[in-house]
Design a binder for this molecule. Structure first.
Ligand code: ADP
Ligand code: MP5
Length: 272
Protein backbone atom coordinates (compact mmCIF):
# COMPACT_ATOMS: atom_id res chain seq x y z
CA UNK A 1 0.00 0.00 0.00
CA UNK A 2 1.26 3.49 -0.77
CA UNK A 3 2.02 5.81 2.12
CA UNK A 4 -1.03 7.88 3.15
CA UNK A 5 -0.73 11.67 3.35
CA UNK A 6 -0.27 13.14 6.83
CA UNK A 7 -2.87 15.60 8.13
CA UNK A 8 -2.31 17.53 11.35
CA UNK A 9 -4.98 18.82 13.72
CA UNK A 10 -4.20 21.58 16.23
CA UNK A 11 -7.20 21.59 18.55
CA UNK A 12 -8.70 20.81 21.93
CA UNK A 13 -9.50 17.37 23.32
CA UNK A 14 -13.20 16.51 23.81
CA UNK A 15 -13.39 13.78 26.47
CA UNK A 16 -16.81 12.80 25.11
CA UNK A 17 -15.22 11.90 21.78
CA UNK A 18 -17.61 13.80 19.53
CA UNK A 19 -15.76 17.00 18.63
CA UNK A 20 -12.27 18.49 18.74
CA UNK A 21 -9.17 16.31 18.35
CA UNK A 22 -11.23 13.13 18.55
CA UNK A 23 -13.56 14.13 15.69
CA UNK A 24 -10.61 15.33 13.64
CA UNK A 25 -8.57 12.12 13.96
CA UNK A 26 -11.62 9.98 13.13
CA UNK A 27 -12.32 12.18 10.10
CA UNK A 28 -8.70 11.97 8.92
CA UNK A 29 -8.79 8.18 9.22
CA UNK A 30 -12.15 7.96 7.41
CA UNK A 31 -10.66 10.08 4.62
CA UNK A 32 -7.56 7.83 4.44
CA UNK A 33 -5.10 10.27 5.95
CA UNK A 34 -2.59 9.51 8.69
CA UNK A 35 -3.54 11.86 11.51
CA UNK A 36 -1.16 13.72 13.82
CA UNK A 37 -2.34 15.96 16.66
CA UNK A 38 -1.19 18.96 18.65
CA UNK A 39 -3.40 19.46 21.71
CA UNK A 40 -4.14 23.04 22.78
CA UNK A 41 -6.54 22.36 25.66
CA UNK A 42 -8.10 19.48 27.53
CA UNK A 43 -11.84 19.84 27.98
CA UNK A 44 -14.01 17.84 30.35
CA UNK A 45 -17.02 17.50 28.09
CA UNK A 46 -19.83 15.18 27.10
CA UNK A 47 -22.88 15.43 24.87
CA UNK A 48 -24.61 17.70 27.42
CA UNK A 49 -22.01 20.15 28.70
CA UNK A 50 -18.46 21.38 28.96
CA UNK A 51 -17.64 21.17 32.68
CA UNK A 52 -13.95 22.07 32.72
CA UNK A 53 -11.29 23.48 30.39
CA UNK A 54 -7.54 23.15 30.98
CA UNK A 55 -5.48 25.16 28.50
CA UNK A 56 -2.14 23.62 27.53
CA UNK A 57 0.74 26.10 28.14
CA UNK A 58 1.92 27.82 24.91
CA UNK A 59 5.42 26.33 25.33
CA UNK A 60 3.93 22.82 25.38
CA UNK A 61 1.94 23.57 22.23
CA UNK A 62 5.19 24.82 20.65
CA UNK A 63 7.09 21.66 21.56
CA UNK A 64 4.30 19.45 20.17
CA UNK A 65 4.41 21.44 16.92
CA UNK A 66 8.19 21.07 16.74
CA UNK A 67 8.04 17.32 17.38
CA UNK A 68 5.50 16.76 14.62
CA UNK A 69 6.94 19.17 12.05
CA UNK A 70 10.57 18.07 12.57
CA UNK A 71 9.75 14.50 11.63
CA UNK A 72 6.49 14.08 9.71
CA UNK A 73 5.84 15.39 6.23
CA UNK A 74 2.58 17.22 6.93
CA UNK A 75 0.41 17.75 3.82
CA UNK A 76 -2.43 19.75 5.39
CA UNK A 77 -3.34 21.30 8.74
CA UNK A 78 -6.61 22.01 10.53
CA UNK A 79 -6.95 24.28 13.55
CA UNK A 80 -9.89 24.14 15.95
CA UNK A 81 -10.06 25.33 19.57
CA UNK A 82 -6.94 27.38 20.29
CA UNK A 83 -7.66 28.40 23.87
CA UNK A 84 -5.69 31.65 23.98
CA UNK A 85 -4.09 34.33 21.84
CA UNK A 86 -0.67 33.13 23.11
CA UNK A 87 -1.29 29.65 21.73
CA UNK A 88 -2.50 31.17 18.47
CA UNK A 89 0.76 33.14 18.30
CA UNK A 90 2.73 29.88 18.41
CA UNK A 91 0.67 28.47 15.56
CA UNK A 92 0.81 31.71 13.55
CA UNK A 93 4.61 31.76 13.87
CA UNK A 94 4.79 28.35 12.13
CA UNK A 95 2.32 29.49 9.50
CA UNK A 96 4.48 32.57 8.87
CA UNK A 97 7.48 30.25 8.44
CA UNK A 98 5.54 28.42 5.73
CA UNK A 99 5.49 25.03 7.45
CA UNK A 100 1.70 24.67 7.82
CA UNK A 101 0.54 23.80 4.28
CA UNK A 102 -3.14 23.94 3.28
CA UNK A 103 -4.16 25.56 6.57
CA UNK A 104 -7.88 25.17 7.35
CA UNK A 105 -8.99 27.40 10.24
CA UNK A 106 -12.20 26.45 12.06
CA UNK A 107 -12.79 29.49 14.29
CA UNK A 108 -14.08 27.63 17.35
CA UNK A 109 -15.67 30.09 19.77
CA UNK A 110 -18.71 28.40 21.35
CA UNK A 111 -19.57 24.68 21.67
CA UNK A 112 -22.87 23.34 20.35
CA UNK A 113 -23.81 22.95 24.03
CA UNK A 114 -23.31 26.71 24.53
CA UNK A 115 -19.90 27.06 26.23
CA UNK A 116 -17.20 29.56 25.34
CA UNK A 117 -14.13 27.72 24.03
CA UNK A 118 -12.20 30.41 22.17
CA UNK A 119 -11.40 34.09 21.82
CA UNK A 120 -11.67 36.36 18.79
CA UNK A 121 -8.10 37.63 19.23
CA UNK A 122 -6.73 34.11 18.71
CA UNK A 123 -8.66 33.56 15.49
CA UNK A 124 -7.67 36.94 14.07
CA UNK A 125 -4.00 35.95 14.39
CA UNK A 126 -4.48 32.91 12.16
CA UNK A 127 -6.94 34.08 9.49
CA UNK A 128 -4.23 35.75 7.36
CA UNK A 129 -2.59 32.34 6.82
CA UNK A 130 -5.72 30.30 6.16
CA UNK A 131 -6.40 28.80 2.76
CA UNK A 132 -9.95 28.42 4.04
CA UNK A 133 -11.77 29.47 7.21
CA UNK A 134 -15.04 27.79 8.21
CA UNK A 135 -17.01 29.86 10.76
CA UNK A 136 -20.58 28.87 11.52
CA UNK A 137 -23.18 31.66 11.57
CA UNK A 138 -22.68 32.39 15.28
CA UNK A 139 -18.90 32.52 14.91
CA UNK A 140 -19.15 34.77 11.85
CA UNK A 141 -21.49 37.06 13.81
CA UNK A 142 -19.09 37.24 16.76
CA UNK A 143 -16.05 37.84 14.56
CA UNK A 144 -17.82 40.67 12.71
CA UNK A 145 -19.89 41.93 15.66
CA UNK A 146 -23.15 41.97 13.71
CA UNK A 147 -26.04 39.55 13.10
CA UNK A 148 -25.60 36.76 10.54
CA UNK A 149 -28.95 35.01 10.15
CA UNK A 150 -29.89 35.12 6.45
CA UNK A 151 -28.25 33.83 3.27
CA UNK A 152 -27.49 37.41 2.20
CA UNK A 153 -25.87 38.12 5.57
CA UNK A 154 -23.87 34.88 5.31
CA UNK A 155 -22.57 35.91 1.88
CA UNK A 156 -21.63 39.38 3.12
CA UNK A 157 -19.97 37.87 6.18
CA UNK A 158 -17.90 35.47 4.07
CA UNK A 159 -16.73 38.39 1.93
CA UNK A 160 -15.88 40.62 4.89
CA UNK A 161 -14.08 37.86 6.78
CA UNK A 162 -12.00 37.12 3.68
CA UNK A 163 -10.79 40.70 3.92
CA UNK A 164 -9.02 39.50 7.11
CA UNK A 165 -6.68 37.48 4.92
CA UNK A 166 -8.12 33.98 4.37
CA UNK A 167 -8.06 32.98 0.70
CA UNK A 168 -11.51 31.41 0.98
CA UNK A 169 -14.22 31.67 3.65
CA UNK A 170 -17.15 29.29 4.08
CA UNK A 171 -19.87 30.49 6.46
CA UNK A 172 -21.71 27.31 7.40
CA UNK A 173 -25.46 27.34 7.85
CA UNK A 174 -26.03 24.09 9.74
CA UNK A 175 -27.43 25.95 12.72
CA UNK A 176 -30.03 27.87 10.65
CA UNK A 177 -32.81 25.39 11.35
CA UNK A 178 -35.90 25.25 9.17
CA UNK A 179 -35.93 24.73 5.44
CA UNK A 180 -35.22 21.63 3.45
CA UNK A 181 -31.59 22.43 2.80
CA UNK A 182 -28.37 23.04 4.71
CA UNK A 183 -26.78 25.98 2.90
CA UNK A 184 -23.20 27.31 3.22
CA UNK A 185 -21.91 30.57 1.70
CA UNK A 186 -18.50 30.21 0.06
CA UNK A 187 -16.41 33.27 -0.83
CA UNK A 188 -13.49 32.75 -3.22
CA UNK A 189 -11.79 34.84 -5.88
CA UNK A 190 -14.11 37.82 -5.47
CA UNK A 191 -17.38 35.97 -5.74
CA UNK A 192 -19.83 34.13 -3.54
CA UNK A 193 -21.49 30.81 -4.27
CA UNK A 194 -23.95 28.86 -2.17
CA UNK A 195 -23.35 25.20 -1.42
CA UNK A 196 -26.66 23.44 -0.91
CA UNK A 197 -27.43 19.95 0.33
CA UNK A 198 -30.45 18.15 1.77
CA UNK A 199 -30.87 18.98 5.47
CA UNK A 200 -30.58 15.84 7.61
CA UNK A 201 -33.39 15.94 10.20
CA UNK A 202 -31.32 15.60 13.37
CA UNK A 203 -30.35 17.44 16.52
CA UNK A 204 -27.29 15.20 16.96
CA UNK A 205 -24.64 17.42 15.39
CA UNK A 206 -21.95 17.53 18.10
CA UNK A 207 -18.71 17.99 16.18
CA UNK A 208 -20.18 18.75 12.74
CA UNK A 209 -18.07 21.90 12.33
CA UNK A 210 -14.86 20.13 13.43
CA UNK A 211 -15.63 17.24 11.09
CA UNK A 212 -16.30 19.58 8.15
CA UNK A 213 -13.00 21.46 8.56
CA UNK A 214 -11.00 18.27 9.17
CA UNK A 215 -12.51 16.66 6.07
CA UNK A 216 -11.54 19.69 3.97
CA UNK A 217 -7.95 19.44 5.27
CA UNK A 218 -7.85 15.70 4.58
CA UNK A 219 -9.04 16.16 1.04
CA UNK A 220 -6.54 18.97 0.43
CA UNK A 221 -3.85 16.61 1.78
CA UNK A 222 -4.83 14.22 -1.00
CA UNK A 223 -4.34 16.99 -3.55
CA UNK A 224 -7.98 17.79 -4.29
CA UNK A 225 -8.87 21.26 -5.59
CA UNK A 226 -10.22 23.70 -3.00
CA UNK A 227 -13.89 23.93 -4.06
CA UNK A 228 -14.09 20.17 -4.69
CA UNK A 229 -12.57 19.50 -1.26
CA UNK A 230 -15.14 21.77 0.39
CA UNK A 231 -18.11 20.27 -1.52
CA UNK A 232 -16.98 16.72 -0.81
CA UNK A 233 -16.44 17.56 2.86
CA UNK A 234 -20.01 18.92 3.05
CA UNK A 235 -21.40 15.70 1.54
CA UNK A 236 -19.33 13.62 3.97
CA UNK A 237 -20.68 15.56 6.99
CA UNK A 238 -24.26 15.05 5.74
CA UNK A 239 -23.68 11.28 5.44
CA UNK A 240 -22.04 11.16 8.88
CA UNK A 241 -24.97 13.11 10.38
CA UNK A 242 -27.51 10.84 8.66
CA UNK A 243 -25.72 7.70 9.83
CA UNK A 244 -25.97 8.68 13.50
CA UNK A 245 -29.62 9.72 13.59
CA UNK A 246 -30.60 6.41 15.21
CA UNK A 247 -27.63 6.32 17.62
CA UNK A 248 -28.09 6.91 21.32
CA UNK A 249 -24.70 8.10 22.54
CA UNK A 250 -25.13 10.30 25.60
CA UNK A 251 -28.23 12.16 26.70
CA UNK A 252 -27.47 15.46 24.97
CA UNK A 253 -26.33 16.47 21.49
CA UNK A 254 -24.96 13.23 20.04
CA UNK A 255 -21.96 12.76 17.74
CA UNK A 256 -21.59 11.80 14.07
CA UNK A 257 -21.08 8.44 12.32
CA UNK A 258 -17.56 9.25 11.09
CA UNK A 259 -16.89 5.85 9.56
CA UNK A 260 -20.28 5.59 7.85
CA UNK A 261 -21.09 2.42 9.78
CA UNK A 262 -24.84 3.02 9.28
CA UNK A 263 -25.20 2.94 5.51
CA UNK A 264 -28.89 3.68 5.05
CA UNK A 265 -31.49 5.76 6.80
CA UNK A 266 -35.23 5.19 6.44
CA UNK A 267 -37.85 7.90 6.13
CA UNK A 268 -38.33 8.05 9.91
CA UNK A 269 -34.70 9.00 10.32
CA UNK A 270 -33.88 5.68 12.01
CA UNK A 271 -31.10 3.49 10.73
CA UNK A 272 -32.24 0.49 8.71
N1 ADP B 1 -28.68 18.93 9.55
C1 ADP B 1 -27.75 19.03 8.59
N2 ADP B 1 -27.93 18.42 7.40
C2 ADP B 1 -27.00 18.50 6.42
N3 ADP B 1 -25.84 19.18 6.57
C3 ADP B 1 -25.61 19.84 7.73
C4 ADP B 1 -26.56 19.80 8.79
N4 ADP B 1 -26.04 20.52 9.85
C5 ADP B 1 -24.85 20.97 9.44
N5 ADP B 1 -24.59 20.60 8.15
C6 ADP B 1 -23.39 20.91 7.39
O1 ADP B 1 -22.28 20.57 8.19
C7 ADP B 1 -21.21 21.47 7.97
C8 ADP B 1 -20.80 22.10 9.31
O2 ADP B 1 -21.70 23.14 9.58
P1 ADP B 1 -22.26 23.62 10.99
O3 ADP B 1 -23.07 22.54 11.59
O4 ADP B 1 -22.93 24.91 10.69
O5 ADP B 1 -20.96 23.82 11.86
P2 ADP B 1 -20.82 24.02 13.44
O6 ADP B 1 -20.77 22.66 14.07
O7 ADP B 1 -19.52 24.76 13.57
O8 ADP B 1 -22.02 24.81 13.90
C9 ADP B 1 -21.74 22.48 6.92
O9 ADP B 1 -21.34 22.06 5.63
C10 ADP B 1 -23.25 22.39 7.08
O10 ADP B 1 -23.96 22.76 5.92
C1 MP5 C 1 -12.58 20.55 22.15
C2 MP5 C 1 -13.72 21.06 21.33
N1 MP5 C 1 -13.45 21.65 20.15
C3 MP5 C 1 -14.47 22.10 19.38
C4 MP5 C 1 -15.76 21.98 19.78
C5 MP5 C 1 -16.89 22.52 18.92
O1 MP5 C 1 -17.71 21.51 18.42
P1 MP5 C 1 -19.29 21.69 18.47
O2 MP5 C 1 -19.58 23.08 17.93
O3 MP5 C 1 -19.87 20.68 17.57
O4 MP5 C 1 -19.65 21.51 19.92
C6 MP5 C 1 -16.02 21.35 21.01
N2 MP5 C 1 -17.27 21.19 21.48
N3 MP5 C 1 -14.97 20.90 21.77
Amino acid sequence: MTTPPVALTIAGSDSGGGAGIQADLKTFAAQRCFGASVITAVTAQNTKAVTDVHPIPPAAVASQLTAVLDDLSVAAVKTGMLGSAEVADEVAARARDGVLPHLVVDPVLISSTGYTLGVVAAIERLLPYAVVATPNVAEAATLLDRPVTTLAEMADAARDLAAGGARCVVVTGGDLRGGEQAVDALWLDGEVRFLRGPRVPTTHNHGSGCTFAAAIAARLAHGEQLVDAISQAKSYVARALAGATGWRIGGGIGPLDHFEWSPSVDSEGDNA
